[in-house]
Design a protein around this ligand. Sequence first.
Ligand code: ADP
Ligand code: MG
Length: 622
Amino acid sequence: MADIIQLLPDNIANQIAAGEVIQRPASAVKELLENAADAGATEIKLLVTDAGKALVQVIDNGKGMSETDARMAFERHATSKIRNIDDLFHIRTMGFRGEALASIAAVAQVSVKTRRPEDELGTLLEIENSEVLKQEPCACAAGTNISMKNLFFNVPARRNFLKSNAAEMRHIVDEFVRVAMAFPGIFFSLTHNGQEVFHLEAGNHKQRVIQVLGNSYQTKLVSVKEDTDYMNIHGFVGKPDTARKTRGDQYFFVNNRFIKSAYLNHAVNSAFEGMIAKDSFPGYVLYIDLDPSQVDINVHPTKQEIKFEDEKIIYAFVQAAVKHALAQFSIAPSLDFTLNPEIQGLDAVSKPFTEEKKDAAVSSSLYKTFTQKNQAHFIERSEKQSGELKHWREFFTPQDAGRDVQKSVPGLPAQAQLQTETGSSFSKEGLRVLPDSPLLQLHNTYIIASTNSGFLLVHQQLAHERILYERYGVAAHGQSAATQQSLFPVMLETTASDAALLSELIPDLQMIGYQVEPFGNNSFVIQGIPADVLPGNEKHSIELLLEQFKHFSSDIKFSRREKLVRCMARQQAIKAGQALTQKEMLALVEELFTCQTSNVTPTGSPTYLEFKEDYLDRMFGK
Ligand code: ADP
Ligand code: MG
């Protein structure tokens, strides 16, 4: 038998290696922008076509390359940034692995024009599939102009893995924004299909952050700044009242490199503990600088994950710096506290949380009101809570007699309507809720309803989630849901990546009753909202929807619309902890039993438990 091992041809080996660095158009964007920044450019323009699938082009006015360097740059492990292993521990440049250009040239058609300012003529180079097709002198501007066309033209399997243009564009915007925030002194622009999406004049960090996150941040940022011998931190956190339901605006830069770190994220969140609601996220843009020898950036091919020599110190430092900043600006409760003494005396408020304390505090109802109100007492009166309350009332007040509830509720399954009209709205599978006996609410969460054979314990939130799920579901699959036009259209500013997602969702949102229109520059106008979302809650409701949708979005079991319907139902459901009147409880229970499936939520939690008399009897030994 012949021997079977062969060396892979260079171009195939390169394609495989490229997979680590270049996964999608956005990976090329990141690498090319970083190269331009490393080259000392003061102006960097990014142009993309078809979300980068057709073209990613970066034009910089940096130091350019000589003819030989231009050719060398595309060899694997060719870099001007380190010479020996020691250099790796003093890295101040973004690149150093010498892989990016080689990878890009292995999986796309690349052309470069580059000229050093001191040279008269520049170089034109065309490479595809790792092969140089053309190399010749050319007249061009000083700096580098590099185009990557038809990514994965020679690896169709990987091209097929690319997502929709909207999704790929979201990734590109994410990468663009990260590099732009790291280098506020550089002018950046991003043009997509001929339209300029970002135009960021050079400025300081604060100006750049506001350019990127939106003008509304102008008055909402608290500066963070601490310098020590070991490390420095500077940047901004959003005031607690700007905490959002979406995780969007959270950025960490270590030595100017954007990194993802759940650990450091936790440090910031913990500094906000007690100041924002549990399910919301503080915005922040924080820049940490420390001796490069204290960080290992080489643990990940795209360098987004790094290792710290001493993680715990960094954690404590970040947490303390943010706490300090919040306290200085009189935002921390310890400094600006005008709560009533009863709440103030609560351990949960006055002392840092330990686990036991947390348990004890959570079970106290005072704590509940406290956290649920987003601690608005001392920050800013939140309209959200009272808004939801009103919404809940409005939802129920039109129904004088419980029986009529379905008439005011569009989109109920026809079958359910029928069942109601035959007078058995309260019964399901042999179960009969006694219509005349009063309902009892327990802990503002459970409703006890007597039945012919025992009683039901209904979970108000889960039950309502089921009801809304069916209502929105009908809307999403039939004609669109009723929309209430906003009297004053509401502006919504989002992060760039949320903007891309929202644009993608607009048609589906319309089906469930939202009218949202793009307004350019990551802004949207909300023209209308579903009939049962309370006006005034437009922004919050869409932000929440986006956040929930993102959590869902890796789930391929469900269509986009199904995901939206599920998110909406969860979001709009009346919450546990909400006091209900008799009428409201009645309507809720009644409507639950008109659902096609009444006993579980869309995710499978029970909506009610049934306790039968004979079972109860047995429990009492009778
Ligand atoms: P790395 O950035 O890790 O060194 P790359 O493959 O990204 O590796 O780039 C290889 C080399 O090409 C760089 O080290 C640099 O010398 C040169 N280079 C790349 N892009 C540019 C640019 N825009 N301007 C000047 N030189 C560049
Ligand atoms: Mg590079």
